[in-house]
Design a protein around this ligand. Structure first.
Ligand code: CTP
Length: 404
């Protein structure tokens, strides 16, 4: 049994110089046990031939929407159904634009529009095309549509330029395929919801209340959970971090939006609530920008935000069986964390000291204490990435051991 035994991949090859790497991708997928069928766009055929793809897949490659033989043989609707995953590699700027716009003017775009299968794209294009607002807009649309993305990587490009736009390497794409269709690891098959970052609570259309959370710890946890085989929904407040690859990221601003996004993402097996949610919002937020008036100060009245963690952890229906909260403290860290564990009704609290001198808020490392009803465990100072990995390992072990 290999990682992709019995899995069927439909590989759509777009027209870019990276198309030659897709031939290697076919080999990588096949050596993992997958069967691969190819569609080549017209552009792709300027770089590689359908014959080369067929020789490597052992199956006929498809190129034309109105090919009589193709339609009699398999047909584009069947192509769009008979697979476990569609991989688009290279996904050119044009192909991404067509997918985002719902165009169907050739076999590849028609199949991509007609399918309900999961789709993984490996973008590849010139750095300026990648960074162009239109491509970035299309990328966001595709991600919102649930399309998974691997790469692109930074590197030297065919046009002697440097920057993001190089297609992910075939081995990286094959690993992303494995994560999607045959997840393995301690959280394989689990749905994990992670909240991350701060929330912004509006004072008026231009001003807001916020905190210093960077989202680094929450995003690292989302990545670690995905690497451990989980399907991850990351609900992120406003951060400057990129969306982690292979993860469904939902962007929100306020605590109330975050709660709503969590509700929509349920059910889940694990909830990890790392966001630094603002405790209060302005009850009388201005609909228009509040103007200065002869030195009179605006009278802002605050009201309490919903406690997202407590709301979800305290309910009996649709509660993820394993709920993890964070405790951001500046004093009496463990004592406060124990109180929070009891008050919020979660199964585990990751407590950290966020006093200014620790540099935790916005920094790259963290010293945490794992607080459960029975135990307190202090970890050495680690990078946020390592805290995330260790935490995910622990959660995997807890699920395996049937706790809670
Ligand atoms: N949390 C939440 N919703 C809120 C406030 C907090 O989901 N409105 C979650 C956080 O994501 C974290 C945990 O609750 O997992 C604890 O957050 P923290 O800011 O440490 O505690 P608070 O509940 O805000 O309590 P206090 O401000 O009194 O320390």
């Amino acid at each position: 049994m290999t990682a992709l035994s019995g899995k069927r991949i439909l590989l759509v090859i777009g027209g870019g110089i990276a198309a030659y790497k897709s031939l290697d991708l076919i080999r990588r997928l096949r050596e993992r046990g997958a069967s691969v069928r190819c569609i080549l766009t017209n552009g792709a055929q300027a770089f590689i031939t359908p014959l080369a793809a067929s020789a490597l897949t052992g199956q006929r490659s498809h190129t034309d929407l109105f090919d009589r033989e193709d339609e009699a043989d398999i047909g584009h609707i069947k192509l769009a159904r008979d697979a476990d995953l569609i991989v688009v590699a290279p996904a050119t700027a044009n192909l991404m634009a067509k997918m985002a716009g719902g165009h169907a003017d050739d076999l590849a775009s028609t199949v991509l529009l007609a399918t309900t299968l999961p789709i993984l794209i490996a973008p590849a294009m010139n750095v300026r095309m990648w960074l162009h607002p239109a491509t970035q807009r299309n990328l966001k649309t595709l991600q919102a549509d649930g399309v998974h993305v691997v790469g692109p990587n930074d590197g030297a490009m065919a046009e002697a330029e440097f920057g993001p736009g190089r297609m992910a390497e075939p081995l990286e794409i094959a690993a992303a395929v494995e994560r999607l269709v045959a997840p393995s690891g301690p959280l394989a098959g689990k749905h994990v919801i992670v909240t991350s970052g701060p929330t912004h609570e509006p004072i008026d259309p231009v001003r807001y209340i916020a905190n210093r959370s960077s989202g680094k710890q929450g995003h690292a946890i989302a990545r670690a959970a995905a690497e451990a085989g989980a399907r991850v929904t990351l609900i992120s407040g406003p951060v400057t971090l990129p969306d982690p690859p292979g993860i469904t990221t939902v962007h929100v601003e306020s605590a109330r939006e975050m709660l709503q996004a969590v509700e929509q993402a349920l059910p889940a097996d694990v909830g990890i609530f790392a966001a630094a949610v603002a405790d209060w919002r302005v009850a009388n937020a201005g609909e228009q920008k509040i103007k200065k008036k002869d030195g009179a100060l605006p009278n802002l009245s605050l009201t309490e935000n919903p406690d997202i963690l407590a709301t979800i952890a305290r309910r009996t229906e649709n509660r993820p069986p394993l709920m993890v909260g964070f405790a951001a403290e500046t004093e009496h860290v463990i004592e406060h964390a124990k109180q929070k564990l009891a008050r919020k009704g979660c199964d585990l609290i990751v407590a950290n000291d966020v006093s200014a001198q620790t540099g935790v808020m916005g920094g790259d490392s963290n010293t945490v204490h794992l607080v459960s009803t029975s135990d307190v465990e202090t970890w050495p100072t680690l990078s946020k990435t390592d805290v995330a990995k260790k935490l995910v390992e622990r959660l995997g072990a807890m699920i395996e051991g049937g706790t809670p």
